[in-house]
Design a protein around this ligand. Structure first.
Ligand SMILES: [Mn+2]
Length: 364
């Protein structure tokens, strides 16, 4: 998540990671769907798309490659997701950029996870490749690209990884910088913003598969920016929606905790603009933890994002204040040390806010 201007692009951990990646691929069976379950932001999409192309080029029929995403507002490690996966009777499951949890997400199915968030366990029998301890921490897109491109097999897809890497504020890796230069920064940036609208929109279950298809079918970032197919038109409408919702949310004034250095922005929007809002206030309130809390994204729930410039670990901070919450396993406090969030029902959210030094919300 930070910039490392002197990063050479060499990761000492990469050789071993590539070996376990290849070992996993070598065991893929000859038939049945191969599921690519990835996050819907550009980092997850970039990782999934690069992997898709590698598998297709290695001879796996495109019909076997099934792309899945977690439903709106839920994480990947749920009963719903497991049922959906198991119904497909897959030959293998790849999970990209969705965190790593101890949940048995696909019993009996070979599972490979590629990720860079703080791991919280590991599905039984799975193979895990995480960059969480690498320095600088790679994004999932960059990590996946480095795993897939050992023999230069997906070098023409470096731009897709570069979009993911840029979107998740990854390190300036030489191969990513080269792709950005070749594709022109302008197109990389515009494609990033268009594709990111999918997960941020009010209807990610429709928009994210469209974004994955658009990225997977495109031959360049420019083709995404200037192309005119149905998926791209849809994404353009969602981008307008997100811009509108963010502008509305920016009018909200922060409230301040009485006991902690927390600034709260409480608002309601059907779009997932809380991470953007928290990010946009982080620089304006450098001495605070910024918390953007959206009661309009999921019915009966509050979805929140936290960002800070303070020298504090937000995952630990949240865990400390979350002790009074009930039935919230997997619902909050994942992600990065300086960027996290979650989704809580209103009762738990209000408890959390009280613990952080905010007066209980008066009923409307
Ligand atoms: Mn990521």
């Amino acid at each position: 998540m930070e910039n490392h201007p002197y990063f050479s692009g060499e990761y000492p951990e990469l050789a071993e990671a590539r070996a376990s990646f290849e070992k996993f691929i070598a065991t893929l069976s000859g038939n049945g769907p191969i599921i690519i379950l990835c996050d819907g932001d550009v980092d997850g999409l970039g990782a999934g798309v690069v992997l898709w192309h590698l598998l297709e080029r290695r001879g796996y029929a495109p019909e076997r490659l099934v792309n899945l995403h977690a439903p709106k507002g839920s994480n990947a490690f749920t009963r719903t997701m497991r049922d959906k996966i198991m119904t497909l009777q897959p030959a293998a499951l790849f999970i990209m950029d969705l965190g790593i949890a101890g949940y048995d997400i696909a019993p009996g199915v070979p599972v490979l996870l590629v990720d860079h968030h703080r791991p919280g366990g590991q599905p039984p029998g799975s193979t895990v490749i995480t960059g969480y301890q690498w320095r600088p921490v790679p994004t999932s897109s960059l990590l996946t690209f480095l795993l897939c491109n050992g023999n230069g097999e997906v070098i023409d897809k470096a731009w897709a990884a570069a979009i993911g890497n840029l979107g998740d504020l990854g390190p300036e890796h030489p191969l990513m910088q080269q792709a950005i230069k070749e594709q022109k920064q302008k197109y990389i940036r515009e494609a990033t913003s268009l594709l990111n609208a999918a997960k941020r929109s009010s209807d990610p279950d429709i928009a994210i598969p469209a974004a994955f298809r658009a990225m997977q079918e495109a031959t360049s970032a420019r083709a995404i920016v200037e192309g005119g197919n149905e998926d791209l038109e849809l994404l353009r409408r969602y981008k307008l929606e997100v811009q509108h919702e963010l502008n509305e949310a920016r009018r909200v004034a922060p409230k301040f905790s009485q006991t902690e250095k927390v600034a709260l922005l409480r608002f309601d929007s059907p779009a997932r603009v809380h991470p953007l809002l928290a990010q946009s206030w982080r620089g304006r309130l450098p001495k605070y933890i910024v918390m953007a809390a959206n009661g309009g994204f999921l019915p009966g729930k509050v979805s929140f994002s936290m960002r800070t410039n303070l020298d504090i670990n937000l995952l630990d901070f949240l865990a400390r204040h979350g002790k009074q919450l009930e039935g919230v396993e997997n619902e909050y406090g994942h992600g990065h040390d300086k960027a996290t969030g979650g989704t809580l029902n209103e009762t738990n959210f209000n408890r959390l806010m009280e613990s952080m030094g905010f007066n209980p919300e008066k009923p409307a």
